[in-house]
Design a protein around this ligand. Sequence first.
Ligand code: G4P
Ligand code: NA
Ligand code: NA
Length: 190
Amino acid sequence: MEQLKEKIRSEGIVLSDKVLKVDAFLNHQIDPQLMQQIGREFARRYQGQGITKIVTIEASGIAPAVMAGLELGVPVIFARKHQSLTLTDHLLTASVYSFTKQVESTIAISTNHLSPSDRVLIIDDFLANGKAAKGLITIIEQAGASIVGLGIVIEKSFQAGRQELEALGLRVESLARVQALQDGQVHFVD
Ligand code: G4P
Ligand code: NA
Ligand code: NA
């Protein structure tokens, strides 16, 4: 998606050879117009697949997921990372290890919003090692729902996430694929 790549080139900051900061439009400040285009692109790639729900994870997955949900006309569920005052019963959970933070955490979704008849599109802001995505997959499988595929805003193709997900037979659609972060520059696949 050229508009996204241009935004990454102009406003992304290469923090190291592994980490890209995009707080200007995705992870802190959010560009609603860009999010709308992102939602449209996910909807275009997954239209006709009978998707009934979108599942993402708080916090940064929510903006692109909601825009995709708006375009596809389906509800959006975000997995919670912290205990909630009101979300107390019937939780499906998974354990997720974060390489960046080196901590194990639990994510949760209520059973109320996923059923075996659901066909789910998973959306997230970043795909690195795929641990968050795999946690979401575990939860969706516990609900007995089907996974149609994943929609990723920024994929770091030099990390193992895509391979891990494709090894599970899943379709992965990433709107920007980063080949390398080198000398302060972002190099895209292709
Ligand atoms: P993984 O799920 O793919 O294995 O990734 P990892 O554990 O390494 O990622 C943990 C957090 O760091 C996630 O956000 C993920 O989106 C983010 N992340 C990973 N690599 C990058 C990167 O290069 N740039 C940026 N900006 N983020 C990255 P999170 O902690 O869940 O945060 P949030 O959703 O609340 O923003
Ligand atoms: Na994130
Ligand atoms: Na995320």
